[in-house]
Design a protein around this ligand. Structure first.
Ligand code: SF4
Length: 472
């Protein structure tokens, strides 16, 4: 199993889906940049989407993602506000502008094929690129989007990162985490920090973590100040901005820091705090649904849980502090890595327990550590959070990452906070279910789950609430 970094778990990108948008986007980008012939000699590119990518690809923006990826757009830095115009230009001109400026005739209606009835053996999220060159030769590559924005080409076993192995604290299981924390006397985030140090200098990690936090913070702020209807045809109204206005009741602020201060000063009652946790999560996932810039945590569909709990910590419980933010994200990432290594973070493999359940477990452990819990308390909190997401299905209406996804993030955040408080007031030695046990259970449940409930939009809410999907 390849070692995973905090920077793998938290990837800055574009909504609405890490597996169906960010992954295919990165696959298209890597495909076009990896061609051993100049893109100028390409005459035609066809993309075939299989399985879950085909079934929910329209709603999840997979078609948009592959077009932008083929144009070489960077999901980390591209202008997200320009995406709708860019897609309109591609559709209107029937033309892709490949890296280097080559204009290629491209008709999204015929050059992107949806094969929902076909599953490739390795993963339900598969896509194939076929390029035909001027001399009539062709080249094709199959890629898999395996959850959380991770992608693998057919011939790759892992992402091929060149990080040195072994690490000072190699970790495969929660028992390993407990072992290394005991041996070293370090917290979970301390163990993670030592492992990260073996990959890059601390200042580089700090810079990357600061960028992750800034993206999360900006996303929450932006989502709390944007009104309107989300794209896609379901006519879902944004609610975070309305909630923000109601809760602040006309209070003035000029920037994000002042906004945090105003929120903090206006109360701390249970209902007020609860409303804010929901508001933060709604804000992120409304942005995510609108092709906004978000951080996978560990996925886009579940991107609101961790920022919501982190905002709760920094606004209502502790003074904002880069070291605290770093500890929170390090601990959260280690829990996410355990699920990725021993189960899945892909809804197409495991339903929503693999997204919201995992993000809730990550947030619960992180909050517990930041509130003074021991590593054993943190692992217990993660276990509690996941235990109460077991079996949760993925059935997004219209294949859009909106209903139930947006509200589901509020629930994941609240469960994380409850799990942390329960763990902190318990004796972890008395816990009957170890985290490894619940991870194994989650994976077995994933394998038993009917395919209809694994990001296919073939079951649950998706079949009972009809919607006409419109394009980005
Ligand atoms: S239902 Fe859950 S897993 Fe499925 S797309 Fe929505 S957030 Fe992701």
């Amino acid at each position: 199993m390849e070692p995973l970094s905090v920077l793998d778990m938290f990837k800055i990108g574009v909504g609405p889906s890490s597996s169906h948008t960010l992954g295919p986007w990165n696959a298209a980008r890597r495909f076009i940049s990896g061609l051993d012939r100049s893109p100028e000699s390409a005459q035609q590119i066809t993309i075939r989407l299989y399985g879950s990518l085909a079934k929910t690809g329209k709603g999840h923006g997979t078609d948009v993602a592959v077009m932008l990826g083929l144009e070489g757009a960077d999901p980390v830095s591209c202008d997200v506000d320009a995406i709708p115009d860019r897609v309109r230009r591609i559709r209107g001109e029937s033309c892709l502008q490949l890296p280097g400026g080559h204009r290629l005739h491209f008709s999204p209606e015929t050059d992107i094929e949806f094969h929902g009835d076909r599953l490739l053996p390795r993963h339900p999220n598969a896509l194939e690129f076929i390029v035909r060159f001027a001399d009539d030769s062709t080249h094709n590559e199959t890629w898999y989007s395996v959850g959380g924005g991770f992608v693998l080409r057919e011939d790759e076993e892992d992402s091929g990162n060149d990080r040195p192995k072994p690490l000072p604290y190699p970790i495969e299981t929660a028992a390993d985490v407990a072992h290394w924390c005991r041996e070293s006397g370090l917290s979970i985030s301390g163990v993670v920090a030592r492992n990260e140090e073996s990959w890059r200098h601390n200042t580089e990690t700090d810079r990357a973590v600061a960028a992750i936090w800034k993206t999360m913070r900006d996303c929450v702020y932006r989502g709390c100040h944007r009104e309107g209807v989300l794209p896609g045809g379901l006519q879902v109204q944004r609610r975070a901005a309305r909630q923000n206005r109601r809760l602040l009741d006309g209070a003035a602020y000029e920037d994000v820091d002042a906004w945090h201060r105003v929120i903090r000063e206006r109360g701390e009652g249970f209902s007020y705090t609860l409303d804010w946790v929901s508001c933060f999560a709604l804000a992120v996932n409304e942005e995510n649904a609108a092709f906004g810039r978000v951080v996978t945590a560990p996925t886009n569909g579940a991107a609101g849980v961790i920022p919501a709990v982190l905002h709760y910590l920094l606004i209502f419980l502790r003074e904002p502090d880069p070291a605290l933010i770093r500890s929170f994200l390090f601990t959260a990432s280690e829990i996410g890595c355990l699920f990725k290594k021993r189960a899945t973070i892909s809804a197409a493999m495991g339903g929503c327990q693999a997204e919201i359940g995992v993000s809730s477990a990550m947030a619960a452990a992180a909050l517990t550590e930041c509130m003074g819990g021991t590593p054993a308390h943190c692992l217990m909190a993660a276990e509690i959070a996941m235990e109460h997401h077991l079996g949760m299905t993925c059935d997004p209406i219209g294949g859009l990452v909106q209903v139930p996804c947006i509200e589901r993030n509020t629930m994941g955040a609240i469960k994380a906070i409850t799990a942390a408080q329960l763990a902190l007031s318990s004796d972890p030695d008395q816990a009957r279910v170890p985290l490894d046990g619940v991870i194994r259970t989650m994976w077995e449940t994933a394998k038993d789950m009917n395919t209809r409930y694994k990001e296919t939009a073939d079951g649950g809410l998706a079949v009972h609430i009809p919607v006409n999907i419109s394009e980005c």
